[in-house]
Design a protein around this ligand. Structure first.
Ligand code: ATP
Ligand code: MG
Length: 207
């Protein structure tokens, strides 16, 4: 079989980075669509430690975000969660994380960084975007409110590394989930029940 992806030196590895504050079905669907359509042997979720583009004072404790991410992926044997960012001092940049992950895998492995369209359109603000684009394929999944044609505004060298992936649009964001919790609204079916239970038990996002 020519396309045998189980050979360890030909593995396709997906990496899904995020704050996951909290993780929700938008993240899980993006990862699953990338896994199944690109033939990834696994998807590694990397909860960020210190996110360079976010106001860190309001971000939940990294152990809570790690735990919720672990609960959310528990039922999928292709999904894993890495502590690579939360166990090392930040700030963390995707380019460094991909380099670090690459060093842990056999040489022939190829890497696919999975992002939403909103994130990919910010790529030029990231650390060393051209190096990043040379290290991995950037999968840009559709997200409500963002136009895939905007990718055309990015420099050619970066554009070549981007693989747009149309997925069913889910208008779910962590920001909206946090807002709902503050407003006393239900978040059920926006994220797995195990995550909902964890949030309720630990009384997260109430203030
Ligand atoms: P916040 O509202 O706090 O920014 P978020 O919902 O955007 O949270 P992040 O942790 O910022 O979640 O996102 C991690 C990655 O997942 C990003 O690449 C983002 O574009 C992507 N993503 C998040 N939600 C969706 C969604 N509903 N559909 C597709 N991609 C998504
Ligand atoms: Mg976001």
């Amino acid at each position: 079989n020519d396309s045998d992806l189980s050979r360890p030196d030909e593995r396709r590895i997906g990496v899904m980075g995020g704050t996951f504050d909290p993780i929700h079905y938008g993240h899980l669907l993006a990862a699953e669509e990338a896994r199944s359509r690109i033939g990834l042997s696994e998807v590694i979720f990397v909860p960020t430690g210190y996110p360079p583009h976010k106001d860190t004072s309001r971000i939940s404790h990294q152990e809570d975000r790690f735990k919720m991410t672990s609960l959310a992926v528990a039922g999928n044997s292709s999904f894993k969660v890495s502590r690579i960012e939360i166990d090392t001092p930040g700030p963390h940049h995707t380019v460094d994380t991909i380099l670090a992950l690459k060093s842990l895998f056999p040489k022939g492995s190829s890497f696919y960084f999975i992002t939403g369209l909103d994130s990919i359109l910010q790529l030029l603000t990231w650390k060393e975007p051209f190096l990043l684009a040379s290290l991995c394929t950037l999968i840009a999944v559709s997200r409500p409110g963002y136009n895939v044609n905007k990718i055309l505004d990015l420099p050619e060298q970066i554009r070549k590394a981007i693989l747009p992936l149309e997925i069913p649009l889910l208008a779910i964001s962590s920001t909206n989930i946090r807002r709902r919790l503050r407003d006393g609204m239900s978040i059920r079916y926006l994220t797995p029940d195990t995550v909902v239970d964890y949030i309720m038990r630990k009384r997260l996002y109430l203030d």
